[in-house]
Design a protein around this ligand. Structure first.
Ligand code: KIV
Length: 286
C-alpha cells in the first residue's frame, strides 16, 4: 500500500468506528454514512432474542422483512403474511433493540389498493409496533403512497429489482433488469422514489454494474442484496446467512454459520442424554 492509500484506509476505519459509537441510528445517520462512504450493515430479524443479538453486535438497520412468511411461517412466498402478523413480529423486535434503526415491511395487500390504505397500514406499524420506518416494494406505481406516508411523518424505504411480492408476475426468481428497457425503468423508478421522499432504497438481484450506477446516481443510500459491492450497504436474510435454512443457495448469499447442523447436533445429544438417563445430573436437580 502507498502511504496515501494507508492514510485513506486509516481515515475510513476511523469513520466506521465513529459511526459504530452512534447511540441511536436514524435515517439521518444513514445519510451521513453514505456521505462518509461508510457501508451500512442491515439484517432481517423477526423475534426478540435474535434482534437483541443483532443489535448488540452493532448491525445498523434491522429489517422486519416479510421474508418472515418464508423463514418463520414456512410459506413458499412472502404473499400470505398479514399486517397483524407483521405487527406482532415488529413489536417483538422493537422491544429488543436499543441502537439499530428498525424498518418494517408493509406486507402484500396492505398498500397496493390506494395511498390511503398504504398510509393506514404504515400508521398501524408505527403505532402498534413502535417501528422507526416502513419499507414497500415497487416504483412509479407506489409513488403516491410513498409521498402520502412521508407527508404523515413516517420514513419510507423503497425496494426495486426483484420484488418478491410480485413473484407471480415475474414467474421466476432470476436476476432482474438485465435488458436495457427494464434497467432504464429501474433507474427512473429509483430517482422517482428519491424525489418522493424515500430515505433509502433496497436493490435486489440486479447486475452489479447497475447497482453501482444507481448508487452513484442517488443521494440516498442504496442497500443491496445481490446487487453488487458498490451499493452503500448490504442486507441478507438472517436465517440464510446463519445457515439455518439449507435449501436456499443463491450466488449472492454468504453463509457465516452452519446453524442447521449445530442445532441438529445439540438436539441429538440432548435426546441421547434424556434417553440414557444422564440428564438431569444430580447438580441439575433440586
Ligand atoms: O423481506 C425481506 O427479507 C426483504 C429483504 C430480502 C430485503 O425484503
Amino acid at each position: 500500500m502507498t502511504s496515501e492509500a494507508t492514510a485513506t484506509h486509516i481515515a475510513a476505519q476511523k469513520a466506521a468506528e465513529d459511526f459504530r459509537r452512534v447511540k441511536k441510528v436514524t435515517t439521518h445517520t444513514l445519510q451521513e454514512m453514505k456521505q462518509a462512504r461508510v457501508k451500512i450493515a442491515m439484517l432481517t430479524a423477526y423475534d426478540f432474542s435474535l434482534a437483541r443479538i443483532l443489535d448488540d453486535a452493532g448491525v445498523d438497520v434491522i429489517l422486519v422483512g416479510d421474508s418472515a412468511s418464508n423463514v418463520m411461517a414456512g410459506h413458499e412466498t412472502t404473499l400470505p403474511i398479514t399486517l397483524d402478523q407483521m405487527v406482532y413480529h415488529a413489536a417483538s423486535v422493537v422491544r429488543a433493540v436499543r441502537r439499530a434503526l428498525v424498518v418494517v415491511d408493509l406486507p402484500f395487500g396492505s398498500y397496493q389498493g390506494n395511498s390511503k390504505e398504504a398510509l393506514n397500514s404504515a400508521i398501524r406499524i408505527m403505532k402498534e409496533a413502535g417501528a422507526h420506518a416502513v419499507k414497500l416494494e415497487g416504483g412509479r406505481e407506489v409513488k403516491e403512497s410513498v409521498e402520502r406516508i412521508v407527508a404523515a411523518g413516517v420514513p419510507v424505504m423503497g425496494h426495486l429489482g426483484l420484488t418478491p411480492q410480485s413473484i407471480y408476475k415475474f414467474g421466476t426468481y432470476v436476476v432482474r433488469a438485465t435488458d436495457p428497457a427494464e434497467a432504464n425503468r429501474l433507474r427512473e423508478d429509483a430517482l422517482l422514489l428519491e424525489q418522493s421522499g424515500c430515505f433509502a432504497l433496497v436493490l435486489e438481484k440486479i447486475p452489479a454494474a447497475l447497482g453501482a450506477e444507481v448508487s452513484s446516481l442517488l443521494k440516498i443510500p442504496t442497500i443491496g442484496i445481490g446487487a453488487g459491492a458498490a451499493c452503500d450497504g448490504q442486507v441478507l436474510v438472517l436465517h440464510d446467512m446463519l445457515g439455518i435454512n439449507q435449501e436456499f443457495k443463491p450466488r449472492f448469499l454468504r453463509r457465516y454459520l452452519n446453524l442447521y447442523d449445530s442445532i441438529k447436533d445439540a438436539v441429538h445429544r440432548y435426546c441421547d442424554d434424556v434417553k440414557q438417563g444422564s440428564f438431569p445430573a444430580p447438580h441439575e436437580q433440586y
